[in-house]
Design a protein around this ligand. Structure first.
Ligand SMILES: [Zn+2]
Length: 424
């Protein structure tokens, strides 16, 4: 039987080899199509904009190559390189409470990883995004965001980790069911408080002021039977000129959020179409399905962790000599993504299916043409590539390729009965 260490190393080589191959494919494909937008976009997206999207995609992909090397380096450092054992030894000497030492180990792991990725994040924001005219963030704002994220991580993550580690220690063999319950509760709590307590730490939210647009939106919401606690505008322009829209929260606490950048990019009809797409996600219960899936998957993961937690080969194979609950959690969540990466096309496929469903809903509720023109505008303004590599796209794209998405929307306009915007 091969040792677990060689299985881990082989999987690591396959997963990172695959990631590298995909990224290089994407770069080659985008580069070779930089002068050739898809036929459907000829004359719609100016060639300079198409070239800009290619250059932007390539610049981000080059950063992705560095990130890949960093990711592999960190993983090897913490596991076989002895990084986790080193961190464990330092903390075990200084903190005599094993719960505190365990939580500190996991927070320390997060902190070291974040610090290692910081230069790349800053380079991406202040060089790459800035070069293409997307950056609106100041260095002071960047640092303030980091500080807030770190404090929030500590305030939410600290107590959660202490509780999880405590349950792992005292609940016997059924600990993983208790942890699962806590994890579900924590996620639901975050979802519920995100719009009112967490998001406002980072952005300003103001009720949509434009009277005409608000009435239009309220008519659309009534037509879709959607109850929310309001339509808000977020000052996304503080950080970036990329535009977006989303809805957030649970139950009556649901909010629709438009980035101010999106509102300035689109016409009222287009904004309505984008909102209708978001409502499509709601009507098809995509968020509930995702949460349900996440709960099932986390139960499976925890059952697996329960089986590994007391297996000496699991620790030794990953370069750790001591066995503690915190080390088990650290090793598990560090290495799990490596084993799961080959499955990512499944998640992406699931997500793209939802996007098609939301588009179909928007096409029926408003007019397909409005969503098409909104998407074209957003592809252009965000310099999103129209020519991704098909295999790369299979793995990574949560949204269908531009050509497929627009093609599908246009097919809705060709049904015998021309679609009309539904009257309230
Ligand atoms: Zn969507």
């Amino acid at each position: 039987m091969p040792s677990f260490q060689s299985v881990f190393l082989a999987t690591l080589i396959v997963a990172f080899g695959l990631k590298l191959w995909l990224l290089l494919r994407q770069m080659r494909h985008v580069w070779s199509h930089r002068d050739a937008p898809p036929d459907a976009f000829l004359g719609i997206i100016p060639i300079e904009e198409h070239r800009k999207a290619a250059a932007y995609t390539l610049a981000k992909a080059r950063l992705g190559l560095v990130h890949l090397a960093l990711e592999a380096g960190l993983l090897l450092f913490f596991t076989l390189g002895g990084g986790l054992q080193w961190l464990h030894d330092i903390l075990a000497v200084r903190l005599d409470n094993p719960l505190l030492a365990g939580a500190a180990l996991l927070l320390g792991l997060g902190l070291i990883s974040a610090a290692a990725e910081l230069p790349l994040g800053a380079y991406g924001q202040f060089r790459v995004e800035a070069r293409f005219g997307f950056n609106r963030q100041t260095p002071a704002g960047f640092v303030a965001d980091l500080a807030k994220q770190a404090l929030l991580g500590l305030a939410l993550g600290g107590p959660l980790l202490l509780l999880v580690l405590w349950l792992m220690g005292v609940m016997g063999t059924a600990w993983w069911l208790w942890v699962w319950g806590v994890w579900m509760g924590f996620n639901l709590l975050i979802l519920a408080v995100y719009p009112t307590f967490i998001a406002p730490l980072f952005n300003k939210f103001t009720p949509l002021a434009d009277q005409g647009l608000r009435e239009r939106i309220e008519r659309l919401l009534a037509r879709a039977g959607f109850k929310s606690s309001g339509v808000f505008v977020m000052d996304g322009s503080r950080r970036s000129s990329h535009g977006n829209a989303y809805f957030t929260g649970l139950g009556k606490n649901k909010r629709i959020v438009f980035y101010d950048t999106l509102l300035s990019q689109l016409t009222p009809e287009q904004i309505e179409a984008v909102l209708a797409h978001e409502l499509g996600h709601f009507k098809h219960r995509h968020i509930v399905k995702r949460i349900g899936l996440m709960f099932v998957l986390s139960l499976v993961m925890l059952a697996l962790l329960a089986a590994l937690k007391d297996a000496g080969w699991f620790y030794q194979g990953l370069g750790v000599a001591s066995q503690t609950n915190a080390l088990a959690l650290a090793l598990f969540f560090l290495t799990l993504p490596v084993f799961l990466f080959p499955l990512s096309p499944l998640m992406s496929l699931y997500s793209r299916k939802h996007e098609f469903e939301a588009d179909a809903f928007a096409a029926a509720l408003t007019h397909p043409g409005h969503l098409v023109s909104a998407l074209v505008r957003l592809y252009r303004d965000n310099a999103a590539t129209l020519t991704p590599d098909p295999v790369y796209s299979l793995f990574y794209d949560s949204h269908p390729k531009a050509v497929e998405r627009i093609g599908k929307l246009e097919s809705y306009t060709q049904v015998s009965q021309p679609l009309q915007p539904i009257q309230a």
